[in-house]
Ligand binder design. Structure first.
Ligand SMILES: Nc1ncnc2c1ncn2[C@@H]1O[C@H](COP(=O)(O)OP(=O)(O)O)[C@@H](O)[C@H]1O
Ligand SMILES: [Mg+2]
Length: 260
């Protein structure tokens, strides 16, 4: 976790523009990019009986610390499969994937579980909040496996909800929140353990256009304030436009990379 600057909590002086740049910021110093992910000839083939599907077929990709990247592509193009590999939720059937200079395919399940809990925040299309817990509790509970004390958990949950603009809503149950608010709770939850990266699979898939934009503005703001790298799968052009690097997938391969 040395390469990732994080914990910009409290940087409320920074005002955000739609493109995600920050107005109150000093010009960024030119520093050499640090690779967060290095994928080489990555493959994931699903086999069931005699049928096999090559969901990811030979992906070479470097994602640097602090980037905000979108993975675009039609349904079935391999976005979710690639995100699951990036999130260490699944293992490749070929090639290699390095995260913070560690070879994920060489790690034990126990180490992968620890890595997911400490380094990776997930955001899903359906929010996946616990309906019987308040917004603050939904965020706080994410810190439970990492042995954060109860009072500290709640304090950080409140801080994070404030950061995503939900301070007045923290005592509400998910059913009392709009879709966009629920997704912002999920984003706060994803940040709970100071991850290096947020992996978001169609995070705006259940939201209308204006709300989707709001969620993208929130994510974009966190990229600069919390210094977190963000990878978003989406089939929505308008969502992808918020990112600074657009990668297009088709049939399990990268067809276009705006950084290339
Ligand atoms: N667990 C699985 N078992 C078998 N096939 C799968 C599995 N997950 C995904 N696939 C297949 O892999 C391909 C890519 O799927 P996916 O990564 O979900 O694409 P996307 O997220 O772009 O819609 C599809 O053909 C899909 O049916
Ligand atoms: Mg998908």
């Amino acid at each position: 976790m040395t390469a990732t600057p994080h914990n910009g909590l409290g940087r409320k002086d920074v005002e955000m523009t739609e493109s995600g740049s920050t107005m109150a910021e000093a010009p960024a110093a030119k520093v050499a990019p640090v690779a967060l992910y290095e994928l080489s000839r990555l493959e994931r083939t699903f086999t069931k009986g005699s049928v096999s599907v090559k969901a990811v077929r030979g992906v070479d990709l470097v994602i640097n610390v602090g980037e905000m990247v979108s993975l675009e592509g039609p349904s079935g193009s391999g976005k979710t499969t690639l995100l699951q590999l990036l999130g260490a939720l699944d293992s490749p059937t070929g090639g290699s994937i390095r995260f913070e200079d560690r070879d994920l395919s060489a790690m034990s399940d126990k180490d992968l579980t620890k890595l997911r809990a400490e380094e990776i925040g997930f955001v899903f299309q359906h929010f996946n909040l616990i309906p019987t817990l308040t917004a603050a509790e939904n965020v706080a509970i994410a810190m439970f496996p990492n042995h954060v004390r109860s009072r500290e958990r709640l304090a950080r949950a409140k801080e994070l909800l404030d950061q995503v603009g939900l301070a007045p809503r923290m005592g509400h149950l998910p059913s009392r929140l709009s879709g966009g608010e629920q997704q912002r709770v999920a984003i706060a939850r994803a940040l709970a353990n100071h991850p290096s990266v947020i992996i978001a699979d169609e995070p705006t898939g259940n939201l209308d256009t204006d709300t989707a934009k709001e969620v993208m503005v929130t994510l974009n703001g966190l990229r600069s304030s919390a210094g977190v790298t963000i990878v978003i799968a989406t089939h929505d052009e308008d969502v992808a436009r918020f990112t600074d690097r657009r990668i297009r997938m088709r049939d399990g391969k990268i067809r276009e990379d705006s950084a290339a």
